[in-house]
Design a protein around this ligand. Structure first.
Ligand code: MCA
Ligand code: AMP
Length: 493
């Protein structure tokens, strides 16, 4: 049996999941996920790494589906809940998903598509009414477990395939480094198609035997109400969420502020990651909650690599030092290690590093050095033993609210609009979002921006849509004809 299920069997009566429909023990989670596995298997003994894409809200149904796919020997492909149909179809078709598991509220979106493409679609609720028990196949840890999509320097997102062994390494590193235990209770409000919400929060909590409480949509007021119930003691989020929580806190009465600060000061751990944590947020959050946030660094392809310590100095503006079991080096353009104090690209090796980009052997090969180091593209420097991120090697990657967004992907969509003659997309600094997606357009005179925004809604998830626009007669280009994006950023200041 996969280790995550062995772990679950250690505490069958403990509460694993708390969601808007109730509480569920580890025992009932094991049962529900076995039912889903049997339904997916349809009499077969093993899905043999068939991809199962699923669109299910965070909660018991989400985790039962994920575990059900794993128990049946499939590869799980979680779909982003805010994607419009073209973005969902890309993931489903790129992974060649054999079956879709879909919650009722998403069926209007996916059912006609599934019918047209002849892909079987299972309703997650109906799956669980099937109650037969039967033995399940043995899945070994070297097999594919998960494909998560990540944007990069190519226009279309790439599927990152991780094996069970990769995930087990990513999880067990954090269990030890951040001292997770079965008495922890965490609140998960992050999306579950990314490592932060799925591995760092969901899988770590379940591995530890802790209680995992889900909040489907982030709402600062609701987060604080849950905190005041006094059960949550571990919390992880992206810097934008801490920014929004601070703004909400600042709107409260002195009495409510005091109650909240008292409550949060009893938490065991608060973590920030996925994007640079501004010093102003780090310092203000300490006043609000009594906690120095533990900032860490990771990537979809590698899980977590570098972290401030659980015990010890959590230094503002730094991501800490390599986690146990993860090898990290900083290199120059010739892949030679740089001298201490000199900036270099972060490269990573270790058992948590992904297996391959799904269906993209060339991209996989390009992502590694000849001697097997994964090239992150992030530039950092080491100062007094701690790593500090300086930036990225590509201007085309934007981080907004913790999401990684490819400027090239947005440009390609914009260019397909009949009234857009040319365009360039850049990220501009923003305190709340880290960066904002900004578009410079060269247009036919009769393009209305309001109409463009509606047109984009059908083609891109809203977090990828440009938030600000500038119109130019021509884009600045260098002698090679390439757009000089650095000249565009000041247009938005
Ligand atoms: C929402 N909006 C955004 C973003 N999110 N705009 C830019 N960037 C965003 N990330 C916009 C919407 O387009 C919409 O605009 C308006 O905000 C309200 O949308 P809503 O969904 O209600 O916003 P929200 O609920 O307040 O969302 C903010 C959020 C969310 C909670 C911060 O963005 C989020 O969950 N971010 C976390 C992403 C994450 O988990 N990343 C981890 C990947 P309009 O009104 O104009 O339509 S990185 C990772 O996994 C690695 C391994 C790592 O290191 O962790
Ligand atoms: P993703 O590909 O969505 O997994 O995002 C990974 C990227 O997020 C990394 O390559 C970094 O650029 C960025 N990132 C993650 N954590 C941090 C952090 N603590 N500080 C700065 N950037 C971060």
């Amino acid at each position: 049996m996969l280790p995550i299920f062995n772990q679950a069997q250690l505490h069958p009566h403990a509460i694993a999941i708390l969601d808007s429909s109730g509480e569920y023990t580890y025992g009932s989670l094991m049962e529900k996920s076995s039912q889903i596995a049997l339904k997916l298997l349809q009499g077969k003994v093993d899905l043999s790494e068939a991809r199962v894409a699923f669109m299910v809200s965070p909660g018991i149904n989400y985790v039962s589906t994920l575990w059900g796919i794993w128990k049946a020997g499939g590869i799980a492909v979680p779909l982003c809940l805010s994607y419009p149909l073209p973005s969902l179809a890309y993931v489903i078709e790129d992974t060649k998903a054999a079956v879709l598991v879909v919650e009722e509220i998403y069926q209007d979106l996916l059912k006609p598509y599934a019918l047209e493409k002849g892909i079987p679609l299972l309703d997650v609720e109906e799956v669980q009414q099937d109650n037969k028990a039967a033995p399940l196949t043995e899945v070994n840890s070297d097999r594919g477990a998960l494909i998560l999509y990540t944007s990069g320097t190519t226009s279309l997102p790439k599927g990152v395939l991780s094996t069970h062994a990769n995930l087990e390494a990513q999880i067990s590193t954090l269990i030890h480094a951040w001292e997770w235990t079965a008495s922890d209770h965490t609140l998960c409000l992050l999306p579950l198609h990314h490592v932060h919400g799925l591995v760092n929060v969901t899988c770590c909590a379940l591995w530890a035997g802790a209680t995992l409480q889900f909040l489907h949509r982030f709402q600062a007021e609701e987060v604080y109400s849950i905190f005041l119930e006094g059960k949550v003691n571990v919390f992880m989020a992206v810097p934008t969420i801490y920014f929004k929580l601070i703004a909400e806190f600042d709107s409260y009465s002195e009495n409510k502020k005091k109650a909240l600060t008292d409550c949060m000061s009893h938490f065991r751990l608060m973590v920030s990651g996925s994007a640079a944590l501004p010093a102003s947020v780090m310092e203000r959050w300490q006043e609000v909650s009594g906690h120095r946030l533990l900032e860490r660094y990771g990537m979809t392809e590698i899980g977590m690599a570098i972290s401030n310590p659980y015990r010890g100095e959590r230094r503002t503006g730094y991501i800490g030092s390599p986690l146990p079991g993860v090898k990290v080096r900083l290199v120059d353009e010739a892949y030679e290690e740089v001298a201490l104090g000199t900036p270099g690209e972060i490269q990573v090796k270790g058992p948590g590093v992904f297996a391959s980009y799904w269906g993209k052997p060339e991209a996989t090969q390009k992502a590694f050095t000849e001697d097997g180091w994964f090239k992150t593209g992030d530039i950092a420097v080491v100062e007094q033993d701690y790593y500090r991120i300086l930036g990225r090697d590509s201007i085309d990657i934007i981080k907004s609210g913790g999401y990684k967004i490819s400027a090239l992907e947005i440009e390609e969509v914009l260019r397909s609009h009949s009234l857009i003659k040319d365009c360039a997309v850049v990220g501009i600094p923003n305190e709340e979002w880290g960066e904002l997606v900004a578009a410079v357009l060269v247009i036919e005179t009769n393009l209305e921006l309001a109409e463009l925004k509606d047109w984009l809604k059908e083609r891109l998830p809203s977090y990828k849509s440009p938030k600000v626009y500038q119109i130019l007669a021509d884009l600045p280009r260098n002698a090679m004809g390439k757009v000089v994006k650095n000249e565009l950023k000041p247009l938005f200041s």
